[in-house]
Design a protein around this ligand. Structure first.
Ligand SMILES: [Zn+2]
Ligand SMILES: [Zn+2]
Length: 278
């Protein structure tokens, strides 16, 4: 493994940074600078969903110990997708914990260094974060020997009762996780609850349901289908990769509105990845 990101801390933050919130039964959300990671499970068996920003391994471990006790170690790390803000500390964490990492088969090549994502598109509308995205690291992590494909039957290892849902568009192998018993959704970047392109809104973590982060989304048609798929699940509790956790009507109404008006709300008017300009 290589490409350690320790020492490459990025100067982003938000009002939620450092908070751990209980989203639903056995689902804790920790806001790491501008991105959320989830701790799912209990002391006996838990997993980490996504691995935060570069240079955050010690913070992610410290929060885990707060929740589950000293020396707490997950059974696995599950990745919604492989963007830098979701895998920023995965290499350090895997080295420390020695646990397997699971991702969708289509995402695996991006996690072994075989393929890299398209460059982020800083030309999309919407403020500072979109502009800064030109400087986001795009170099793939290499998890060879640690990365495993999620099982075909939709189950998620060490997350009993959960199913992974393929929600491509933002990336080819993007997944969301859903627990049918209480309709809890971990959506990754399939949609967001903050306008992620806008620095002020990211800092204040203003609640709104938005499409996936624009600067990184290459396939808007697939992204729309994915949001519709999630609406059909009628989620009650939701946590996204960016923004605050949302529950109840706010979540379902917001998500339904997003699905019904996807082209107006989510898809940028111009940019590298619209109008067949891929
Ligand atoms: Zn992403
Ligand atoms: Zn993200």
């Amino acid at each position: 493994m290589n490409h350690k990101n320790e020492g490459r801390k990025m100067p982003f933050t938000s009002v939620g940074s450092g908070n751990v919130q209980l989203v639903a039964d056995k689902v804790h959300c920790y806001t790491n600078q501008i991105v959320n990671v989830c701790y799912v499970g209990d002391k006996k068996e838990w997993v980490l969903v996504d691995a935060g920003m570069p240079g955050s391994a010690s913070k992610i471990k410290a929060e885990a110990e707060q929740l589950f006790g000293e020396g707490a170690k997950p059974k696995a790390i599950i990745l919604t997708h492989g963007h830098f803000d979701h895998v920023g500390s995965v290499v350090e964490l895997v080295e420390e914990w020695g646990v397997p990492v699971y991702a969708h088969p289509l995402e695996v090549p991006y996690l072994t260094g075989e393929t890299r994502y398209n460059e982020p598109d800083p030309s999309v509308s919407g403020g500072m974060v979109a502009k800064l995205s030109a400087f986001f690291p795009n170099r793939p992590v290499d998890l060879s020997g640690h990365i495993h494909k999620l099982p075909h039957d939709g189950t998620i290892p060490f997350m009993p009762g959960w199913q992974w849902i393929h929600t491509p568009g933002h990336t080819p192998g993007h997944i969301s996780a859903f627990r049918f018993t209480d309709k809890t959704l971990i959506a990754g970047d399939a949609f967001t609850t903050v306008k992620q392109e806008d620095m002020l809104e990211v800092v204040q973590q203003k609640l709104e349901i938005h499409g996936p982060p624009r600067y990184f989304t290459p396939d808007w048609e697939a992204a729309e289908v994915s949001v519709k798929k999630l609406v059909h699940l009628k989620p009650l509790h939701g946590v996204t990769g960016h923004g605050v956790p949302v529950s109840g009507d706010k979540l379902l109404d917001g998500l339904t509105y997003l699905a019904d008006h996807f082209k107006e709300i989510a898809v940028p008017n111009h940019g590298r990845y619209v109008e067949g300009e891929k």
